[in-house]
Design a protein around this ligand. Structure first.
Ligand code: NAD
Length: 315
């Protein structure tokens, strides 16, 4: 029996832009947002899985589906890496609806090969779409969201970036970059009520259809992930959260740092690091640090204490 409270998360009067929403996960997110009242810009360049070609039809079809269900939608074929096209997309949203509350960066391509066989062009193309496409769209949203004092941004990562996947050095690097971008945008957006989160999905789409048996694909439907994304862009969303999602399963991915050790004076040698590597790696007491300086301060304080020094309070 379901214990879920239904339909309390709504997006009435809100405007959302979903990139790569002509198919797969983006399509499910766009339909999910529209079903709960959002006006949606359905962005898609309509490319093949490797990023070649282009067509407005996928975006138009999803926008037509939303309108057929009584919602409001605009189809836009911007290439997320093309600053002029992205500026035009945001201008169209602003002129039609006057605000942008939600940005879901979802557009993506694959060019899988082992690192030994990969050209730097294939590496760059994948980084361009995933990382620079996300940067370009988020940059276009940023001033609008700061001005409104409201914004919800989702970046799309992958287990490939979090944990590694053979043959995906370009994709893994670009997807891991989402975490760094989220961490900083979370800090810079906080005072403007902009919350930034990352989705790490696993779904049956054209990106994955050749990798798994039919039975597995059947449970990994994109729409089982969308409820997690809707929470990440809701009014009461968390911020700086990595939400792993697939097949109706939701989990949180965290980065922890072990307490580690201090090696001072003559003990500060590579041999001592090697000898104590198990202790350096020991997870007991590990912590999720809230910003970069938390680590610097902790290390400096520990060394100063061991050396009998007093550090001045932080400015
Ligand atoms: P998909 O190929 O079905 O959808 C990607 C969409 O992005 C396509 O419609 C494509 O036309 C669009 N697109 C590509 N380049 C674009 C560009 N430059 N500008 C605008 N649109 C562009 O793939 P999907 O599986 O739905 O993936 C969606 C996102 O989720 C991607 O970022 C992907 O890396 C990520 N992801 C997917 C999985 C999975 O299991 N499917 C796992 C981890 C991460």
């Amino acid at each position: 029996m379901s214990t879920a409270v239904k339909d309390t998360i709504r997006f009435d009067d809100q405007v959302a832009i979903v990139t790569g929403a002509g198919t797969g996960l983006g399509r499910a997110h766009a339909l999910g947002l529209a079903a709960r009242g959002a006006r949606v810009v359905v962005n898609d360049l309509g490319v093949a899985r490797d990023g070649t070609g282009s067509s407005l039809s996928p975006a138009e079809e999803v926008a037509a589906d939303i309108k057929a269900s009584g919602g409001q939608a605009i189809a836009h074929g911007a290439d997320v890496t093309d600053e002029a096209a992205v500026t035009d997309m945001f201008a169209e949203a602003m002129s039609a609806w006057g605000r942008v509350d939600i940005l879901i960066n979802n557009a993506g391509i694959l060019r899988d090969k082992t690192f030994a066989k990969m050209t730097t062009d294939d590496f760059r193309s994948v980084v361009d779409v995933h990382l620079m496409g996300t940067v370009t769209c988020t940059k276009a949203a940023w001033d609008i969201m700061r001005e409104q004092n409201y914004g919800r941004v989702v970046l799309t990562s992958s287990s490939s970036g979090l944990y590694g996947n053979f043959g995906q050095s370009n994709y893994g690097a670009a997807k891991a970059a989402m975490i760094g971008l989220m961490n900083v945008l979370h800090l810079e957006g906080a005072k403007y009520n902009i919350r930034v989160n990352t989705l790490a999905p696993t779904a049956a789409t054209r990106m994955t259809e050749e990798l798994m048996p039919e039975e597995m694909l059947a449970v990994l439907k994109p729409e089982t992930i969308t409820p997690g994304v809707l929470y990440l862009v809701s009014q009461d969303a968390p911020s700086r959260c990595i939400l792993a999602a697939g097949a109706g399963c939701f989990a949180r991915t965290m980065v922890y740092e072990t307490p580690g050790i201090y090696l001072g004076g003559d003990d500060n040698t590579p041999e001592a690091v090697a000898a104590q590597f198990d202790q350096i790696s020991a997870p007991s007491g590990q912590e999720a640090l809230q910003n970069a300086f938390a680590q610097t301060e902790a290390f400096a304080a520990r060394a100063a204490k061991a050396q009998g020094l007093k550090l001045p309070p932080r400015q």
